[in-house]
Design a protein around this ligand. Structure first.
Ligand code: SF4
Length: 358
C-alpha cells in the first residue's frame, strides 16, 4: 500500500512543470524544517519527515543549478570521464572568491531555485572553504533549497564539524538533503569502481556523521547512491548493514546497476550501461535548462557527469563576463539548433540520460 501511494505521488510530481515542482519542493522543505525542530521523541514525526524528504527529492525538476566548487577529485571512478580529462589541457582548480562573488550577483536571474553542490567531475569537500562558499549561496533569497553530492572520502571529523555549523546557520532548513556516492558492498568492489582504497575510511566517516547528526538532533535526508559492478545484485538490507551501522532514521538507498554514457564515452568492462532510449529525440533534452557554474567561472547548460567530455565544450554557454541575456541566447540557440536543424551537441549524441523537453 505504502509503495502504491509512493508511485501515485511520484507520477503526480513528474507531471508538474518546473515552476510547480520548485514550489512544491520548497514548500515541503519548509514543512520539514518545522517538523525537524520537533525531533526527537515523537516517533510520529519520523514518517512525516521521510514523506517530506520523498517529495522534496521527487520535486527536483529539470532546471536546477549545478554548482561546482572544485573540479579536482580524490577518486578515479570507472564510470566518470575524469581520468580521461586529466590527460587534456583542462585546468583543474577550486573556485576562487572573485568568481563566487560574481556568481552571487547573477542569482537575481533565479527564483526559488534548487542549488546542487555537485561538480561535473570532482568532489566539493576538497575545496578548502566549501562550507563558507555554500553558506554564502544558500542564504540568498533566490535559493529555495540545496543539496550536495560527495564521495565522503573527505567527510572526516573536521568536515562533519563544519557541516553541522553550516546546517545550524541554515535557519530556513534549505540544505535538507545530502547524497553520498558509495562503491559496492566490499573493499574490493570499492577499489574496482573508484580505483582508490577508501571503503573502510568512508564507512568510518559515515558512522561518525550519523552519530553526530543523532547527537545534534538534526534530520538531514542522507541518500546512499550505491554503485555496483556488473552481475552484482542490489540488496538494500545489506547496504544498510554496511553503511548505516548507526541506524540513522533518514537514510534512503538507491543502486546503480547500469551507468550513463554517450557516443564519446569510453566504456569500462566492469560495469553495465543503459542503452539509449528508443524515444523520439526531436525535442531537445530537458537538462539543457539546468545551469552549471563551473569552478573556473564558466557557465554551462546541464552539468551531469557526461555533459562535458574530454576536449569538448559544446554545452558551454559562456562566462561571467557576458550578460545573462547573452548566456540565455546561447542556451536558446542550442535548443533551436537541436529541434529545428537536428544539430545535436556532442555530449548529447547517444546520451542515455536524455529526457525530452516538455
Ligand atoms: S542529452 Fe545527456 S548530455 Fe545532453 S543535456 Fe541531456 S543529459 Fe546532458
Amino acid at each position: 500500500m505504502k509503495r502504491k501511494i509512493k508511485v501515485i505521488l511520484e507520477n503526480y510530481l513528474k507531471r508538474l512543470s518546473d515552476n510547480q515542482s520548485d514550489k512544491v519542493s520548497n514548500a515541503f522543505t519548509f514543512i520539514k524544517s518545522k517538523l525537524g525542530s520537533i525531533y526527537p521523541g515523537l516517533s510520529i514525526v519520523r514518517p512525516l519527515i521521510r514523506l517530506c524528504d520523498f517529495i522534496i527529492v521527487r520535486g527536483n525538476g529539470n532546471r536546477f543549478i549545478e554548482f561546482e566548487l572544485s573540479n579536482i577529485c580524490n577518486a578515479r571512478c570507472v564510470f566518470c570521464p575524469y581520468p580521461d580529462m586529466l590527460r587534456t589541457d583542462k585546468k583543474f582548480m577550486h573556485m576562487n572568491e572573485q568568481t563566487l562573488d560574481r556568481i552571487v550577483g547573477s542569482f537575481q536571474h533565479f527564483k526559488g531555485v534548487l542549488v546542487s553542490f555537485t561538480p561535473t567531475t570532482g568532489d566539493t569537500l576538497l575545496h578548502p572553504e566549501w562550507d563558507k562558499y555554500i553558506h554564502s549561496i544558500i542564504q540568498l533569497p533566490q535559493v529555495g533549497r540545496a543539496t550536495m553530492f560527495t564521495n565522503a572520502i573527505e567527510l572526516d571529523l573536521e568536515a562533519i564539524d563544519r557541516l553541522i555549523v553550516l546546517l545550524r546557520r541554515d535557519r530556513k532548513g534549505k540544505f535538507s538533503q545530502l547524497y553520498l556516492s558509495l562503491g559496492g558492498y566490499s573493499r574490493d568492489s570499492y577499489k574496482n569502481l573508484y580505483q582508490v582504497d577508501r571503503f573502510e575510511k568512508v564507512r568510518g566517516n559515515i558512522d561518525a556523521l550519523f552519530k553526530r547528526l543523532k547527537l545534534e538532533k538534526i534530520c538531514l535526508g542522507v541518500h546512499f547512491h550505491i554503485k555496483l559492478e556488473k552481475g552484482v545484485e542490489p540488496n538494500t538490507d545489506l547496504a544498510m548493514n554496511i553503511y548505516n551501522r548507526e541506524k540513522y532514521p533518514y537514510v534512503y538507498v538507491s543502486h546503480s546497476v547500469s551507468y550513463f554514457s554517450n557516443d564519446a564515452y569510453k566504456r569500462n568492462a566492469l560495469i553495465d550501461y543503459y542503452s539509449e532510449s528508443s524515444e523520439d529525440h526531436s525535442r531537445a533534452c530537458a537538462y539543457l535548462n539546468k545551469t552549471r557554474f563551473a569552478a573556473d567561472g564558466s557557465i554551462w547548460a546541464d552539468g551531469c557527469v557526461i555533459s562535458e567530455m574530454p576536449d569538448d565544450a559544446s554545452l558551454k554557454l559562456g562566462n561571467l563576463d557576458l550578460g545573462w541575456e547573452t548566456l540565455e541566447a546561447k542556451r536558446n540557440e542550442l535548443v533551436s539548433n537541436w529541434e529545428l536543424n537536428r544539430e545535436i551537441p556532442q555530449p548529447c549524441k547517444g546520451c542515455t540520460m536524455y529526457r525530452p523537453r516538455k
